[in-house]
Design a binder for this molecule. Structure first.
Ligand SMILES: [Zn+2]
Ligand SMILES: [Zn+2]
Ligand SMILES: [Zn+2]
Length: 90
């Protein structure tokens, strides 16, 4: 018996879906809470003056990026409807 298959409507036959958590980028970006997203912090120097220094927590970017836990940095996930095959039995 031949089993008819059709293209999976969820992934359009690709077998993979873009990770919605990271929008396919594979990483999630968070605002740095040390500098509140500004990229710099104020530090006292030897003369007791506040000086603006680059935030070491985020390297001055104001953002921290982490590998997306949902897709493990891949940016996409196997389609659960078709198990990554792109086809489902008709
Ligand atoms: Zn920072
Ligand atoms: Zn992801
Ligand atoms: Zn699918």
């Amino acid at each position: 018996m031949i089993i008819d298959v059709k293209t999976c409507p969820d992934c359009n036959g690709a077998g993979q879906l873009r990770c919605s958590d990271c929008n396919g980028t594979g990483s999630e970006t968070f605002r740095c809470d040390i500098c509140d997203g500004k990229g710099y912090v104020y530090e006292k120097n030897e003369d007791d003056e506040y000086i603006q220094v680059s935030c070491s927590n985020c390297n001055g970017t104001g953002e921290i990026s982490k590998i997306c836990r949902n897709c493990n940095g891949a940016g996409n996930l196997n389609c659960s409807k078709c198990n990554g095959t792109g086809e489902i039995p008709d």
